[in-house]
Write a protein that binds this ligand. Structure first.
Ligand code: ARG
Length: 464
């Protein structure tokens, strides 16, 4: 048992909390990272109490000075947690009261319910801005590599079977555009968190003349809560954030899977930089793509964080329930993992060496030009279904006889040398002309459009 006088509710209780309760319910182990935001919220609240005369000017000054000290202690790592510090709010208030007795008044008109909402919204707004900036950096890496990829091409796949050759730049930009949608989702989640809930109290507001609008302005939120019950029970913004982070995790896992394959001896499309690969403890020849594998693997727990959070929120009655404390660990874990993943995968992509020869060799199978051949026939007036059948028959002949599709095409009366030329190595990516398509001509336009998209994203992120 801890000293009963240490709890925030000791007046109402006969004894102190059981050790088992402390162990099971205390959140200080992970909400300590909200310290700076908790202190920021407390400063605004204390000034608000001063404005309406609930604290004298000297009391306000004393408490603000104590908050400065506590902030410095957290920043330098010298803050000493006590066993009774249940959560970050308790710890900050306890220490402030030691430093300035007037701090016994700082919780006036406030509850930990509106306090935790304030803390996590402040924290999340900032952290999601950082994730958005990391996504822009990732887009930059992919764009830079796309620009330097030039005319390089590789097989495009469907069903993981070689389908049609595509420019390497087009492939890299596919991932880059994907991260653009992640930026949209992250910014939407950031906007959902941009609501001040300070002043909602435990659930009902206060009989004291507090001013949530000024709180919102001073905390840099764009708006305040409209309904106190909703304010203290809303965790939608956390679900939005965890979902947006999950989608990034899924996208990183897709790149991870791709790069595991690309770096394999079988495909050999990419050689990882030594700084972004690992060796084997036993097999001296090994060079392993651990970052790519972990991007694949960590998506599992990130999806788990989202489903766990949603399950926690399900069926909760209004308003605050202690269940809501379970929102933080999945959020923190997803954010930490995604931030580290973006950095690691971005570095892996930026430093790798593409083996464009191996890519071209894999793409240069004349069979991969079969669609272009069918479209050649379409241009001369053949119905596409018939063209498909003509080329399909030629492909079957090539496979069963071992003759080359190029030779068979050249000798075919409906096709001929002009059609056969379409199957020459490297030709396919010149054939495609449709906007947004995998051809070197539309690629130039796509690169320009992406550059504008990237510049707009960068400006948005810098304005946050
Ligand atoms: N640690 C709590 C949480 O994260 C803070 C709010 C506690 N409120 C309460 N009434 N027990 O949700």
């Amino acid at each position: 048992m801890t000293e009963e006088s240490n709890t925030l509710w000791h007046g109402r209780f006969d004894g102190g909390p059981a050790a088992a309760l402390e162990k099971y319910t205390y959140s200080i182990g992970y909400d300590e990272r909200l310290a700076a935001d908790d202190i920021a919220g407390s400063r605004v609240h204390v000034r608000g109490l001063g404005r309406v005369g609930l604290l004298t000017d000297p009391e306000v000054d004393q408490i603000l000075a104590a908050l400065d000290t506590v902030e410095a202690e957290f920043a330098s790592g010298s803050f000493v947690l006590l066993p009774a510090d249940e959560d970050i709010h308790t710890a900050v208030e306890r220490r402030c009261t030691e430093l300035a007795p007037a701090a016994a008044k700082m919780h006036t008109g406030r509850s930990r319910n509106d306090q935790i909402g304030t803390d996590i919204r402040l924290w999340l707004k900032r952290e999601l801005g950082t994730i958005a900036a990391q996504l822009v950096d990732m887009q930059q890496v992919l764009f830079d590599r796309a620009v330097t990829a030039g005319d390089a091409y590789l097989p495009g796949y469907t069903h993981f079977q070689r389908a049609q050759p595509v420019p390497l730049a087009h492939h890299l930009l596919a991932h880059a555009w994907t991260f653009g949608r992640d930026i949209t989702r992250i910014l939407a989640a950031r906007d959902a968190s941009d609501v001040s809930v300070l002043g909602a109290g435990a659930l009902a507001g206060s009989s004291l003349p507090l001013d949530p609008d000024t709180n919102a302005t001073e905390l840099g939120f764009s708006r305040r809560f409209e309904n106190s019950l909703d304010a203290v029970s809303d965790r939608d913004f956390i679900a939005d954030a965890v979902y947006a982070l999950t989608m990034i995790g899924i996208h990183l896992s897709r790149i991870g899977e791709e790069w595991v394959l690309w770096s394999s001896g079988e495909m050999g499309f990419v050689v990882l930089d030594d700084g972004y690969a690992t060796g084997s403890s036993m097999m001296p020849q090994k060079k392993n793509p651990d970052i790519a594998e972990l991007a694949r693997g960590k998506a599992g727990r990130i999806i788990g964080n989202l489903t766990g959070l949603l399950a926690t929120l399900k069926s909760l009655p209004l308003t605050y329930n202690r269940d809501l404390q379970e929102d933080k660990e999945p959020l923190f874990d997803s954010l930490d993992q995604i931030s580290a993943g973006l950095e690691a995968i971005g570095g892996m992509i930026a430093t790798a060496t593409f083996n464009t020869g191996a890519m071209a060799d894999a793409a240069d199978d004349p069979l991969a030009g079969a669609t272009d051949l069918a479209e050649y026939l379409v241009r001369s007036g053949v119905a596409f279904r018939d063209a498909h059948a003509v080329v399909g028959t030629l492909v079957r002949e090539a496979l069963s006889t071992g003759l080359s599709l190029i030779d068979l095409t050249r000798d075919h009366d409906q096709l001929g040398p002009e059609a056969a030329a379409l199957l020459q190595p490297g030709r396919a990516v010149h054939n495609r002309i449709t906007p947004g398509g995998a051809g070197l001509v539309p690629l130039q336009d796509q690169l320009a459009r992406f550059e504008a998209h990237l510049a707009a994203n960068r400006a948005t992120v810098e304005s946050l």
